[in-house]
Design a protein around this ligand. Structure first.
Ligand SMILES: [Zn+2]
Length: 537
């Protein structure tokens, strides 16, 4: 390597973007982030994927540090109000060296068997056993085109020069979000990325402590023989396209789905990603297929993902559960039941939520407290094409997390909302769909479809804040019937309004006016009938 060796140790060097409890922003290393976690509101990165990846790394480290045997131990950590400085120092003394991004043989989250100048072409007659360098932009392929990516996209992929902090932020996203992408490129341990449900407490300390997990809630297929292996204590190399069948829990949180090696250069410049001045820049890296969980393996039950059996389609009825993933056009609150509520035959909420419910049961969490979860996901087409990310909070009065009866009410509420949606759409279809034999039908059909899609989106958007209200009301166990009746009235009212707005857009001509009146009458009648059916009137 021609450049002087550089060091960027994630334990000490600042790279994690956080918000302090007074609202001020800061960038911290891993050590300071853990030591000051009680004074931090949370992780705050423009990319939610970076926040989720960082949360997983911090969680893995704390899991290694505390390794709680039972719920009482988690409760004890919570009561302490901050992470134990003695324990943090002990961890640092043992492992801090392993967090250097540019270490010659043990680079953090990368493979150490490729030299730092692995980008150079081999001498004549020789051959590297690693791939040619890729532009550093490969680390950020998951960034949606319309957001971050375009904001620095006046530079072509080849033109990017990243500071070390930006490289670190990219590296931590891989384990959670690497997806499929062309021949031989397989997704990380959770397959096509699920929605990650991360506990969000009143401080980063609380969020991370609630992410600690006892043995009983860890993925059942985690290999106990590998329980102590982690990105900072295990192998320093990542195999190329390596199929693995045994994975420990700590390993899973930083699963090396890609074999990577950053190629740093001593070039003083401005980072094309964050705009910071930097003396070490990275414009290329080794980026090839790393580890993948062998196909015969049982489902990996990541504790931060929810699972459900797909709706049975004919003979595929015995298909096992699959992680809940972001769905096109489906707002997160409509997954409320699958993500947070008690286990049912066909769905399993995240193990971390199950454990929090147990903590509430044991009164380790204050019962009147509301529990918040930050849900982060990446919607893809299951291949290399990335669509958009999702970053939303779901809130639950703690009573709801432990209450089967409430879960039933919420299931019903969501099911009824969808039944009303069906009435809106089918009423719209039967009155406004253009007839096939008319001229100019394509244009009309396109307009019809647009207005109809807008109506449905409008309906769900109207319901979102009202559903939050419904959840709060439902926490009162004594008035649930009243709350359910009020929700039904809400569905009818908002449904009518969404329908009326859409009908107004259909057209002003006389026949359209008549159709509009008839359509609204049909829609109103059917909604009223449905409401009677719900309550057996
Ligand atoms: Zn940067």
């Amino acid at each position: 390597m021609t450049d002087p060796p550089s060091v960027f140790n994630l334990w000490t060097a600042p790279w994690i973007r956080v918000t302090r409890r007074d609202g001020a922003g800061a960038e911290l290393g891993l050590g300071a982030c853990l030591a000051e976690a009680h004074a931090l509101a949370g992780l705050h990165d423009p990319s939610p994927l970076v926040a989720a990846g960082t949360h997983r790394l911090l969680t893995a480290m704390l899991q290694a540090i505390y390794a709680p045997q039972d719920l009482a131990e988690i409760a004890t950590v919570l009561r302490a109000g901050q992470f134990d400085p003695v324990k943090l120092d002990g961890f640092a003394a043992q492992y801090a060296d392993r967090f250097d991004l540019f270490h010659p043989t043990a680079p953090f989250l990368q493979t150490g068997d490729v030299p730092l100048d692995g980008w150079k072409k081999p001498e004549k007659g020789q051959k590297h056993d690693w791939a040619d360098p890729k532009p550093i932009a490969a680390l950020f392929v998951e960034v949606p085109a319309e957001t971050n990516r375009s904001h620095f996209h006046h530079v072509t992929d080849e033109g990017h020069k990243l500071c070390a902090a930006c490289c670190a932020r990219g590296l931590v996203t891989i384990a959670a979000f690497a997806s499929s992408g062309g021949a031989g490129i397989r997704p990380s341990i959770n397959g096509v990325p699920p929605i990650y449900v991360l506990p969000a407490g009143s401080s980063l300390f609380e969020s991370l402590t609630l992410s600690l997990i006892t043995q009983g809630y860890q993925p059942p297929t985690a290999d106990p023989q590998r329980a102590n292996l982690a990105a900072w204590s295990g192998q320093t190399t990542v195999g190329k396209g390596t199929q693995v069948s045994a994975v420990g829990y700590l390993e899973s949180l930083t699963f090396p789905a890609r074999r990577m090696r950053l190629y740093p250069q001593g070039v003083t410049t401005t980072c094309t990603h964050c705009g910071a001045a930097t003396q070490v820049t990275v414009s290329s890296l080794l980026f090839e297929m790393g580890h993948w969980l062998s196909e015969g393996s049982a489902l990996w039950e990541d504790p931060f993902a929810a699972f459900r059996k797909p709706k049975s389609k004919g003979k595929a009825a015995d298909v096992g559960p699959k992680p809940i993933r972001p769905d096109e056009g489906k707002a997160l609150w409509r997954e409320y039941s699958g993500l947070l509520l008690t286990e049912r035959d066909d769905q399993l909420r995240p193990r971390i939520v199950q454990q929090i419910a147990k903590l509430i049961d044991r009164r380790a969490l204050h019962e009147t407290q509301r529990v918040r979860f930050r849900c982060i996901g990446l919607r893809t087409d299951g291949k290399a094409k990335i669509f958009e990310w999702l970053d939303e909070a779901l809130e639950a009065p703690s009573a709801l997390l432990t209450d089967d009866d409430a879960a039933q009410y919420i299931d019903n509420a969501l099911g009824r909302a969808d039944e009303a949606r069906f009435i809106l759409e089918s009423s719209f279809d039967s009155h406004f769909r253009p007839e096939r034999d008319r001229g100019g039908r394509n244009e009309k059909l396109a307009r019809f479809k647009t207005v109809r899609a807008r109506m449905t989106a409008d309906y769900w958007r109207r319901l979102a804040p009202l559903f939050r209200r419904f959840i709060v009301d439902l926490a009162d166990g004594a008035t649930r019937e009243v709350t359910a009746l009020a929700w039904a009235a809400t569905l009818v009212r908002e449904g009518k309004q969404a329908f009326a707005t859409a009908a107004d857009q259909v057209g002003e001509r006389a026949d359209a006016l008549r159709a509009r009146v008839e359509a609204q009458a049909t829609c109103h009648r059917r909604l009223a009938a449905k409401r009677k059916e719900w309550f057996g009137e």
